[in-house]
Write a protein that binds this ligand. Structure first.
Ligand SMILES: [Zn+2]
Ligand SMILES: [Zn+2]
Length: 464
């Protein structure tokens, strides 16, 4: 039995590893590479294995950097089952279809506005039809139940506390007399984050594949972050403008609505109208509220108290384009939550065009902003930004909020690792190169573990 590292080894995105036991091959995640156009072009490269030889996929959670290449895998001949947590099946319906629509629109744009000779024949990585076929391969499992997926391979999901349905994956392997246990962390959430449970403790493994997105840093305390958001909203209500919040459709949008409900009076939200202006975030919110059994104690108590979630009298879902356009006419008193979270596309761009030149308006940046995105320019304090090819002076106030993150920081990851009662070998993935090295040192220093940073293609044998 062996494990081969394939994706999310050289970079954060494109999570994918291969487990081989006896004659069977199982993929752990099948994620899309996200980043520069050159990096994203790698998604179209053939897989370094025959997709029809893969018997099953185990998917840790819905995020596209973990799930987004599944339709391509199916298109290339994969014919097995994808096992994932039940809520992830629902989120994938939203995420994979959106990813396919984006790919189709992008290919069409390139055919119409070719920059190179290849663009004349631009094809999407996969179509909505491929995505629908991939959705049919998904099988939802509840947390905490063991399932034998192939002879000698048994899995169990526990809550990773990262997004709804995110799973820590335990894998028991058996070949002849040999037994080994592997744990795949997927993405690990923050302890104490809104709505979701804390990452669950796992007490034993021979080997752990561990993410390291924020393995080099500490997040700002959540309490301080909430005080800060409250202050921004309260002081903004003295002005005559709107508040714009770019937010990821899955996770961050639902967290914000939940926090607005929780601090409704304290933050003076009755003076505002709140718009969730993203069809994808609206769909994801319904899925979030459909799984109360996956919410933490506070969220359950809040829901029981208020009977529904989130119970905002002044919340408007604006799925339709004309509803979204109508928001442009509102000059003050609106809080607009829209995607994309990094302002590199989507409806947020229209709202920024209408508000960024108005000093009485403010922007609240709550999420990670990758290098090269409009969101990053705003966070960096650029006084002028380009939207849809036109330059705009930034006169609105830009607030950057540090403490909301779907990923645990170094302390969270170390805390989760202390749950292991034995000393597993650790393989650090899903992080930038310097981050992984800093995180490796922290793990070695605090927990005395043997830590490896695997290279792409590297094979670990569990046989000896
Ligand atoms: Zn994730
Ligand atoms: Zn991830």
């Amino acid at each position: 039995m062996e494990l081969q590292f394939y994706g999310a080894t050289e970079r954060v995105t494109g999570s994918c590893h291969i487990l081989r036991v006896k004659e069977y091959a199982v993929l752990l995640d099948c994620g899309l590479i996200q980043g520069s156009p050159q990096e994203e072009a790698l998604n179209k490269e053939p897989f370094p294995f025959d997709p029809s030889s893969i018997d099953a996929v185990v998917l840790s959670h819905g995020h596209i950097d973990h799930s987004g290449r599944l339709p391509y895998l199916v298109k290339q001949g994969f014919n097995g089952t994808v096992y994932t947590q039940q809520a992830t099946v629902d989120l994938c319906r939203v995420l994979l279809l959106d990813s396919a629509s984006l790919a189709e629109r992008d290919a069409e744009y390139r055919r119409k506005h070719p920059l190179t000779q290849y663009d004349h024949h631009a094809e999407p990585l996969y179509t909505r039809e491929d995505a629908v076929r991939a959705l049919h391969t998904l099988t939802g499992l509840p947390y905490h139940e063991k399932q034998e997926i192939l002879p000698g391979i048994t899995i169990r999901f526990s809550d990773a506390g990262h997004i709804l349905g995110s799973a820590l994956v335990e894998v028991w392997l058996e070949d002849g007399g040999l037994r080994r246990k592997l744990v795949f962390s997927g993405d690990v959430g923050q302890y104490g984050s809104p709505i979701l449970n804390d990452p669950e403790t796992i007490s034993h493994a021979d080997a752990v594949i561990l993410e390291s997105t924020y393995g080099d840093r500490l997040h700002r305390e959540l309490k301080l972050t909430l005080t800060e958001i409250g202050e921004i909203i309260r002081s903004a209500s003295n002005g005559n403008g709107n508040i714009i919040i770019p937010a990821f459709s899955i996770g961050r949008s639902q967290e914000l609505l939940y926090l607005f409900g929780l601090y409704y009076e304290e933050w003076g939200l009755d003076r505002w109208q709140v718009y969730l202006d993203s069809p994808m975030a609206i769909e994801a919110s319904h899925i979030y509220w459909d799984y109360p059994e996956l919410h933490d104690e506070d969220a359950v108590a809040f829901r029981q108290d208020k009977n529904m979630m989130p119970r905002l009298k002044n919340l408007h879902f604006t799925a339709k384009v004309e509803q979204s356009r109508a928001i442009n006419a509102i000059k003050s008193g609106a809080i607009i939550i829209a995607g994309s979270g990094m302002c590199n596309g989507g409806r947020i761009l229209h709202h920024l065009k209408h508000h960024i030149q108005r000093p009485e308006c403010c922007l609240i940046m709550t999420g990670f902003q990758a290098e090269g995105t409009l969101g990053r320019s705003l966070v960096n304090g650029d006084r002028e930004v380009v939207i849809h090819g036109r330059s705009y002076p930034v006169k609105a106030t830009v607030h950057t909020i540090g403490g909301l993150s779907a990923h645990g920081d170094q302390n969270d990851l170390i805390r989760w690792m202390t749950g292991f009662e034995n000393t597993p070998d650790v393989f650090v993935v899903h992080g930038d190169e310097p981050v992984k090295k800093i995180f490796r040192s922290a793990l070695e220093e605090h927990l005395g573990l043997k830590v490896t940073i695997p290279k792409p293609g590297e094979i670990i044998s569990f046989g000896s």
